[in-house]
Design a protein around this ligand. Sequence first.
Ligand code: 3PG
Length: 220
Amino acid sequence: MNESQVFERLTSACVVAVLVIDRAEDAVPVAEALLAGGVTAIELTLRTPAALDALRQIRRAVPGMLAGIGTVLTPDQVKQVIDAGGEFAVAPGMNPRVVEAALAAGLPFAPGICTPSDIERALEYDRRLLKFFPAEPSGGLAYLRAIAAPYAHLGLKYIPLGGLTISNMADYLREPVIGGIGGSWIAPRDDIRAGEWARITESAHRAIVVRNSQREARPA
Ligand code: 3PG
């Protein structure tokens, strides 16, 4: 899949579960639990040593899951993500060296932005799908509306991450500049560690119900 196909799949999935995996053997069960609840996209954060192994296992065993990697901070990690089969990558910030490495290697990449200057740096690389991070602590939807306004004519889409929950996700989804939403609340690290698969499926399902109700409410 090329970048626009991957981003199309990501924005159509719309709900991204952010995962922090401590044991690679939890990867397939958590991906299956999410899929059972209707969540078809994940961001596996490179914050634990098990992340790349978890990615490999999910890519092998759970083909219905769009599996990307988050917290990609160096050009070396871009290469590791590709070697492990990552379908896309995101980062908390807008690091030109990392974006250049991703573009050179053909890895679909959504950098993190939090200010107009970040957005303009991302535009230098023709990045049109951006991770808005950390969404809630930065000022949430009101802040995103304000920083996105000058670039509205460029058709940028944002995926807010950081502080989203089942309670505020609908507000974000109503906003036209939103390409998707996500967070760790769908499959919390402790639930993964405790093997609470049914609970994760239930939480995924609740998020998908909210996503679907927003889609139905949207004017055609
Ligand atoms: C991320 O890496 O995208 C964020 O840490 C997710 O933030 P959350 O834990 O508040 O959902």
